[in-house]
Design a protein. Sequence first.
Length: 326
Amino acid sequence: MGEVGHAGAAAADFGSLGERGFVSRLRPLLPGRTDVSLGAGDDCALVAPPSPAEELVLKADPLVEGRHFLSSDDPRRIGRKALARVLSDFASMGAEPRWALVDFAAPPSTPVAFADGILEGLAALARRHGVAVVGGDTSRGDAVSLHVFCAGAVPRGEAMRRDRVRPGDVLFATGALGGSYASGKHFDFEPRLAEGAWLRRRGVRAAIDVSDGLSSELWHLARASGVRLALDPAAVPLSPAARRASDPLAAALGDGEDFELAFAAPASDASLLSDFAAAFPGTPLSAVGRALAPAPGGEVVLLGASGASPLPETGYDHFAPAGAAR
């Protein structure tokens, strides 16, 4: 690790390294951008503002030991996931992430090598997507946690939003859903940034990232837009891990942490599926339903042989009774 490896190389854990030693180790790891005039190391970072033709996009997301990862997990995958979760939200808006701040909390007994791995995984993904890590803070904590804040931009008035589904729109989902925790996809998913930007340029105006489960996300879209959505269960793309579950459809609708995109597009855009397939041959896209009619307060139904039935709002809830780490 070069210079990073020499700063406090004899320290085995945070308690012996200290906060200043840790900060001196991480600073050379952090990727930059040409629009950053002052990065990590001062009280605040200084970056160039978006142009007048853009809107500023802001997002923060925590990653907590015992909830989103375990201490036995690969630290590089943990760090990667911490940033990737935030980038998935940028993808759902069709936005470009530019700058990130990272708060890192850990017990004094945390091995330095474990923290190094987390930061290396986060920094590698940031470099891939042109994101500068411009600062943050460190703190003692009862468990390891990362809190990532990201800022970027989107052309003014073009962001894909939850409140822009219209009756007649077709509902789509990227990738395959369900079983993310069992398969390890919750660590290794690819944020759909390129796909989200393409959809925005295509004229798509309503989207959401599938982080808590497709059922939950469709309800978010329905409520925000005030529409009745109908989901075709036979069209829901099931992952191999979901197909192995006792109820594959329930896994796809409720497992969460898929980090795919669900979006609505006008039915008049008849070539969207074929054009998307040509642009992104490695990313499956499925038409999974339709927006039927206005519905104050929103409604989601599941289509079946005997008609439509209400779709239960399943999915992950941080304040539900504790279960497996997610």
